[in-house]
Design a protein around this ligand. Structure first.
Ligand code: GLA
Length: 732
């Protein structure tokens, strides 16, 4: 029998296939964290050190014992106001304005079912094994329930908590993080993924030291600037060796992740929603549920950590029926036409798309209201038939007649000042009373926490979809930060609820669309990858990864994205050269090889292609179709780090049964007299014979062990930014 949970003299241990997570309820009812890491059968509480330490206070019920202090003991859930002066997950203000919380364990239970999360996204399975530990404040009837769900085969544990107010006063939560996790050592490197619009998720390595390091988004979305994911990597850990931990919030709003090195060489991570813009009153009998945190431990480096995440996300987070289907190869008209198109022009593109063999045409921004530029008409979700020269239904029919499916872009969370919607309902634009709202891309936030506004926009979009009859894909965009927050009609204490309520309202709108069209292929987007997170992936199977479509830059962006998100979630298109974002010219073949790394498509004016380019794209489509299942469901390996300064980046996907694999290598700026690099596969069957080929040419037959240990020399590029795609197949 697989053991997932063990109780042993006040030690509670959760087990995954290769990890243990252990807590101890000590003699005082305090919940200490004793171990998270490699699987152990024993207890790890012998590391706990009790000592009389200067300036570390002792709980009142323990005096005169001077050796016990929460200031240095490893906590399972860190709170403000109990003598622990490190960072904290929970901060509660009582009615008299004081902040204090001293939690002690009341009981715990091990259940088959995860609690109900309402509209909050979460990992799921038919049979969740969930530990719920209930703690209570020592003085008052405030209860905290800690939830841990074990996904055994994936080495994944999810955590969250709820705060339940059973007192008779109204309290205010100033901070309610999803979890804190303490580690007894400090020799860690914290990897996080930072950037900006057009440069998302660049890996950054921070050496943990005494002090507090914070990554965050105060933008109301998970953001381009920081992704809500971090890795703690042991001193010598690499892609293949050593201990590392992956942490990812299942949330799409603003967030805080802090990593604190304390005075005694220990480390604490605290992860949860954006506390800077949060306060949440809890009246008697009310509860607050935090977003979920997913965490994994790998004793075999970051590669395994990522593959565990990829698998768990594909099999236990994404709910879309598209998760297991080949995705349509799309052509999107954004970089082809921007706002300047007619129905006729679009059909010309579709004609070429048909010749190339594409599956779907996606009509991007500009099809509604007076939306001929980006400063107007958001909110006016009525088809601009004049511009299209026909009703949308006819355009869809024409596209279908040419053998392609039809997809549509929307941005439901926004309103332009220059729109009929704003003219009719100026109060639906989010504004701080008495102030002018901040403008971004000349658009304002539609106050979707207002049920009337939310319903109106959702209904309008559903109406368009119903009239168009056959919309099979929707790209849901969101192009600014959520600022100027004001919760209409609410009192002073409730204003800090806004941003979380916004995220919940957005989830509800998304769910309404999916309830109406359960088979819809919904793609997430926020100016490219500004809302690329596990919260969105609960609703959508793929996300537009970046507005930057340059192949070289995409190699870096997709590398950073791959640490937590499976390739199937990475929407990647071949676009025109010179690239519209950075003016770089890269070969068409390289653009294809880079975009094959995810859910593949095109985003350029197909009518301007030469015969050679069309022929090459036909080949690309054929190649991708042959690879799609492998790319979308296979085991992903990062072979090199594009931030290491090497002249090339390589990555690979291996079929889980080891029968075939691909290895892609992309050359950044060419260096003179550079040696042909040696490339090595990973994850093949060591004693089986494989045929290695490049562009259909067989290069030889090799044992898996040779390809993995000795490797082979890459072809040498003849032009800048060249890429090669190697394939191996098992010999019968
Ligand atoms: C965002 C998206 C783009 C495109 C434009 C349209 O920037 O990321 O792909 O849809 O909006 O305005």
């Amino acid at each position: 029998m697989t053991v997932r949970f063990k109780e042993d003299s006040n030690h509670l241990t959760l087990y995954t296939k290769e990890s243990s997570y252990q807590m101890q309820i000590d003699d005082h009812g305090v919940l200490l964290h004793t171990w998270y890491g490699a699987k152990i059968d024993d207890r790890a509480s012998h590391l706990i050190e009790l000592r009389d330490r200067g300036f570390s206070s002792n709980p009142p019920d323990l005096v005169p014992d001077r050796t016990y202090s929460l200031d240095f003991l490893p906590q399972e859930i860190a709170c403000l106001g109990n003598g622990d002066l490190r960072d904290f997950a929970l901060d509660v203000a009582w009615e008299n304005g004081t902040h204090a919380l001293d939690l002690r364990v009341v009981n715990y239970s091990w259940e088959d079912k995860a609690p109900d999360w309402g509209v909050l996204p979460h990992f799921w399975s038919d049979k969740d094994h969930t530990l719920c530990i209930t703690l209570k404040d020592r003085e008052k009837d405030l209860y905290v329930h800690l939830y841990y769900t074990v996904y055994y085969e994936y080495d994944l544990i999810t955590r969250s908590l709820s705060v339940e107010n059973r007192t008779d006063e109204t309290i205010v939560l100033h901070k309610a993080a999803s979890a804190s996790v303490d580690f007894p050592t400090q020799d860690w490197t914290l990897l996080h993924f930072a950037g900006r619009h057009n440069k998302e998720r660049a890996r950054q390595d921070y050496e943990v030291q005494q002090g507090r390091f914070k990554i965050y988004s105060s933008r109301g979305v998970s953001s381009h600037q920081h992704n809500p994911t971090v890795i703690l990597k042991g001193p010598d850990a690499t892609e293949d060796f050593g201990p590392c931990y992956g942490f990812a919030l299942v949330y799409s709003g603003g967030f805080d992740i802090t990593c604190e090195g304390d005075q005694y060489g220990q480390t604490r991570l605290v992860m949860g929603l954006d506390s800077q813009n949060f306060s949440w009153p809890l009246e008697p009998c009310q509860s607050f549920q935090t977003p979920e945190l997913a965490m994994t431990y790998s004793g075999q480096g970051m590669g395994k950590m990522s593959r565990d995440f990829h698998k768990a996300v594909r099999e236990h987070l994404i709910r879309s029926p598209w998760q297991n289907r080949p995705r349509p190869i799309v052509v999107n008209n954004w970089e082809a036409t921007y706002f300047d198109f007619t129905g006729e022009k679009l059909l010309e593109i579709v004609d070429v798309a048909r010749e190339i063999g594409l599956d779907m045409f996606v009509l991007d921004d500009g099809w509604f209201g007076a939306r001929d530029w980006d400063d107007r008409a958001l909110g006016d979700w009525q088809v601009n038939e004049k511009k299209l020269g026909m009703p949308l239904r006819d355009l869809v029919k024409e596209v279908n007649k040419r053998g392609l499916e039809f997809g549509l872009w929307v941005e439901p969370e926004m309103i332009n000042k220059d729109s009929d919607l704003f003219r009719a309902h100026p109060d639906w634009a989010l504004t701080v009373p008495g102030r002018q709202p901040l403008s971004s891309r000349e658009q304002l936030i539609l106050d979707i926490t207002n049920p009337e506004a939310r319903r109106h926009v959702t209904d309008e979009i559903l109406k368009v979809m119903a009239e168009a009859e056959n919309v099979r894909y929707v790209k849901w965009d969101m192009n600014r930060s959520v600022l100027d927050t004001y919760l209409a009609g609410a009192d002073r204490k409730s204003q800090g609820m806004y941003r979380h309520l916004y995220v919940l309202a957005m989830y509800e709108m998304t769910q309404t669309l999916l309830d109406a069209y359960p088979d819809l292929l919904l793609e997430g987007c926020s100016g490219g990858g500004g809302r690329f997170d596990l919260g969105m992936l609960y609703f959508v199977p793929q996300i537009w990864t970046s507005d930057n479509t340059d192949a070289s830059d995409r190699v870096e962006i997709q590398y950073g994205t791959s640490f937590f998100y499976p390739p199937s979630a990475i929407s990647a298109h071949v676009s025109a050269v010179p690239n519209h974002q950075n003016h770089r010219t890269t070969p068409l073949k390289s653009r294809g090889i880079v975009a094959y790394q995810g859910s593949f498509g095109y985003e350029l004016d197909l009518t301007r292609l030469s015969e050679e380019e069309i022929a090459e794209m036909k080949d690309q489509v054929k190649t991708y179709r042959g690879l799609a299942e492998l790319v979308l469901q296979g085991d992903y390996y990062r072979l090199t780090n594009p931030f290491s300064g090497e002249a090339y980046t390589a990555w690979s996907t291996v079929d889980p049964a080891g029968k075939k694999a691909i290895l892609s290598v992309y050359y950044h700026d060419l260096k003179s007299n550079y040696p042909n690099p040696i490339l090595r596969f990973k994850g093949l069957l060591a004693n089986s014979l494989y045929e290695l080929s490049l562009d259909g040419q067989v290069l030889g037959k090799f044992l898996g062990q040779t390809l993995m240990e000795v490797g082979f020399r890459s072809a040498y590029p003849e032009e800048n930014y060249q890429a090669f795609l190697y394939q191996v197949t098992l010999c019968e």
